[in-house]
Design a binder for this molecule. Structure first.
Ligand SMILES: NC(=O)c1ccc[n+]([C@@H]2O[C@H](COP(=O)([O-])OP(=O)(O)OC[C@H]3O[C@@H](n4cnc5c(N)ncnc54)[C@H](O)[C@@H]3O)[C@@H](O)[C@H]2O)c1
Ligand SMILES: [Fe+2]
Length: 378
């Protein structure tokens, strides 16, 4: 039993279908007078961003939507400029994890007087604008984490910024925002929820609270993800928004581990979407990590699994049922590049959180199990 641990989670969470229509009330209760909306381009096109502006009682004074999936240093710098231009006292991030992360990085870059390149090369965040995060995917949990992941595409780098100053002041989890999302936008962030939970369980920083959140989040996601994707069932989508939030509460304390460390290069080099990239190796990381933390075999029994192996098998089944790719061949990663994938995994600054520190050759062996020709595919 772990005897020392800490918990820090300063974000006020507001949860409810349709709750974004009360945005004006929430902003004025928090004392914000002029706010910039950083919105997902799709949310602008669909009219959802305008609906938010219309319900803001005039507090939202500007909209910025130049944010790419896997937000770039250029996106962050452009958002910082907009914060300067509109002289706002708070920022809203309204979108998937990409927009939330861009908003977090921009609010920190602006207040710390740092460019995005300075942020991703390790300059210290010393201040951040107040931030309201409204996820439109279920999801990354970014609305309750102290992390923002920014890409430097020219260098094939995805860099996780981390600072307690990156916590949002307010998170509004409104499942209605995902009711009409296409299947793929439910599937990939949804499987990311499972990887957040399994990563939290396999982090050296796990705590009794993060363990319980991670188990609860995984149970809800395993029970609801297929129905959410394949039937676009509202109750299942409500549950996925809840699971995403709970997973965020877990990994906000533990950081992410092997599956995420391994995913960044798969995304930056091979354009595998974030959730699909993290889930790609998660089953193997969970198998290997459970050898280093054998109590996981008993812990997962509390959510209905026989042991850690059963979790790995079920995860692969879910991935296939929601249309995700499961082999290196399908995601077009040649075996000749596995050395680099392994090297980049070790270099990722969250790899240190992983409970078992595999060396390059061992990571390569883990990756080889993802080859279609491997007998270990399950
Ligand atoms: N900060 C963190 O704690 C954290 C955790 C996990 C992932 N992430 C990051 O989040 C990003 C992934 O986020 P994501 O999976 O939410 O996807 P995303 O934000 O990249 O969005 C994917 C696509 O879905 C669209 N979209 C978003 N919401 C929609 C909706 N309701 N309806 C229709 N389309 C919609 C977007 O326009 C985009 O084209 C990655 O960059 C990843 O690194 C951050
Ligand atoms: Fe993730």
């Amino acid at each position: 039993m772990m005897t020392f641990w800490t918990q820090y989670q300063p974000t006020k969470v507001i949860f409810g279908a349709g709750e974004t229509d009360n945005i004006g009330k929430h902003l004025s209760e928090a004392g914000y007078k002029q706010v910039l909306l950083i919105a997902d381009p799709f949310m602008v096109q669909s009219g959802a961003a305008q609906r938010l502006v219309d319900h803001s009682d005039g507090i939202i004074v500007g909209v910025f939507d130049k944010v790419d999936p896997n937000p770039t240093v250029q996106n962050v710098d452009a958002a910082i400029k907009k914060i300067q231009e509109f002289k706002v006292d708070a920022v809203i991030g309204f979108g998937g994890g990409s927009v939330l992360d861009c908003s977090k990085a921009a609010s920190a870059g602006y207040a710390s007087q740092l460019t995005a390149e300075k942020l991703v090369t390790g300059s210290k965040i010393t201040a951040a604008m107040p931030l309201i995060c409204i996820p439109t995917t279920a999801g990354t949990g970014s609305e309750v984490t102290p992390v923002a992941i920014i890409s430097w595409k020219e260098k094939d780098i995805k860099y996780p910024l981390s600072s307690p100053l990156l916590y949002a002041a307010i998170a509004i989890d409104d499942p209605r925002l995902v009711y009409s999302a296409p299947k793929r936008v439910i599937a990939t962030p949804g499987v990311d929820v499972i990887t957040h939970c399994l990563d939290a369980l396999t982090s050296v920083k796990h705590t009794p609270i993060s363990d319980r959140h991670a188990l609860n989040g995984a149970k809800i996601a395993f029970d609801n993800l297929e129905k959410a994707v394949n039937d676009q069932d509202k109750k299942a989508l409500d549950n996925m928004m809840l699971a995403s939030l709970i997973a965020g509460l877990a990994f906000s304390q533990t950081g992410t581990t092997g599956s995420h460390a391994c995913s960044y290069y798969l995304t930056s080099k091979y354009r595998v979407v974030h959730g699909e990239a993290t889930a790609f190796t998660e089953d193997e990381w969970f198998r290997v990590n459970s050898k280093a933390r054998p109590e996981l075999n008993q812990m997962v029994q509390t959510i209905g699994f026989k042991d850690a192996e059963a979790v790995a098998v079920r995860l692969n089944e879910v991935k296939k049922n929601i249309g995700l790719r499961t082999t290196l061949e399908e995601i077009n990663v040649p075996l000749s590049d596995l050395d680099t994938v392994a090297e980049r995994t070790i270099q990722a600054n969250n790899y240190i959180n992983n409970i078992i520190q595999l060396n390059k050759e061992e990571i390569k062996q883990l990756l080889l199990k993802k080859s279609a020709s491997s007998a270990a595919q399950s």
